[in-house]
Design a protein around this ligand. Structure first.
Ligand code: RIB
Ligand code: CA
Length: 313
């Protein structure tokens, strides 16, 4: 079977970095057509730099990396240095990238890619705020029916918020963008905090990354050592939640996840609950299902997959 064509839209971020490493280590299953950076965890100048740092760490300097939107559709940018550090990739010491950004705006790359491929043959993996995707849909509504699926890390329901009491960061940064994407009629798979908070990098799991001994394995362990502080302090969790790699793992091994097709709406009106993903898990609203909302994961199978793939570096 030929590899699944994907675009990775991302705001690296340590967990984004692990997701990109997982995707680039899986060429039999995934053909990464390009990586599009968006402002989120840190400003665009850093997310577009960090995406290239990770491509070089993976030894894949031929991957196209584009810079995208530097601010949400309608709001000032909110960043997460308190979680990811000043650089967005705090933890390991990694060299500045030698590979340049690919010419052109990320939004144009997204539009051009879907217009030049047969409908239903390219999947969009989003690991950050949905600004690039929303602008692409605003400028080229015709691509909505060409997108095979959006597989996104974002939102929360039973797990509630991580940046406010009700909102998850990726959605909260650009709720208007998220609202537009969920209303576009595109097949969507959502990997919310409900599932990513079950993908915890325990000490044993992180030791297994470090024991790989490669630059990539050690860097992942050092990123996790840094990244886990926030969740350990806030949730008392037993390790860092690997949010974004769940997106790639769902493409590689969907059977280790479970969820249900439900209606998901985005709060954009209330200041109190701005960016909340109102997930109708119990199907009480009568609103039509518009997303596969993932609630569970076989965490051991996830980490076995991730460690095996990282061992390829
Ligand atoms: O809330 C977690 C999400 O926000 C992850 O994608 C993390 O990288 C940040 O972007
Ligand atoms: Ca991210």
């Amino acid at each position: 079977m030929s590899p699944q064509k994907i675009i990775i839209d991302t705001d690296p971020g340590q967990d984004d970095a692990v997701a990109i490493l997982l995707a680039l280590a899986s060429p039999e299953e995934l053909d990464v057509l390009g990586i599009t950076a968006v402002a989120g965890n840190v400003p665009l100048s850093l997310t577009s730099k960090n995406a290239r740092i990770i491509c070089e760490l993976a030894g894949k300097t031929d991957v196209k990396v584009f810079a995208g939107c530097d601010a949400p559709l309608e709001r000032p940018l909110i960043t997460a240095e308190h979680v990811h550090g000043k650089t967005g990739l705090d933890g390991p010491t990694l060299p500045d990238p030698a590979m340049p950004l690919t010419d052109g705006h990320a939004v144009d790359f997204i539009i051009d890619t879907f217009r030049s491929h047969e409908a239903g043959t390219v999947t969009l993996c989003t690991l950050g705020p949905l600004t690039n995707v929303a602008v692409a849909l605003q400028r080229a509504p015709d691509i909505a029916e060409k997108i095979q699926r959006v597989v996104m890390m974002g939102g929360a329901y039973f797990e509630v918020g991580n940046i406010t009491p009700t909102a998850e960061f990726n959605i909260y940064v650009d709720p208007e963008a998220a609202k537009l994407v969920f209303a576009a009629g595109i097949p969507i798979t959502v990997l919310p905090l409900d599932v990513t908070h079950k993908a915890l990098v325990t000490t044993e799991r992180n030791d297994a990354f470090r024991a790989l001994g490669s630059a990539a394995g050690i860097a992942v362990a050092e990123m996790t050592d840094f990244f886990e502080r926030f969740d350990k302090e806030k949730y008392g969790s037993n390790g860092a939640p690997l949010h974004d790699p769940c997106v790639i793992a769902w493409l590689l091994k969907p059977d280790i996840f479970s969820g249900r097709e439900i209606n998901v709406e985005i709060e954009t009106g209330s200041a109190l609950t701005l960016g909340m993903t109102v997930a109708d898990w119990w199907r009480v609203s009568g609103r039509p299902a518009n997303a596969l909302f993932i609630g569970d994961i076989d965490a051991n199978a996830f980490f076995t997959l991730l460690t095996e793939r990282l061992a390829r570096y």
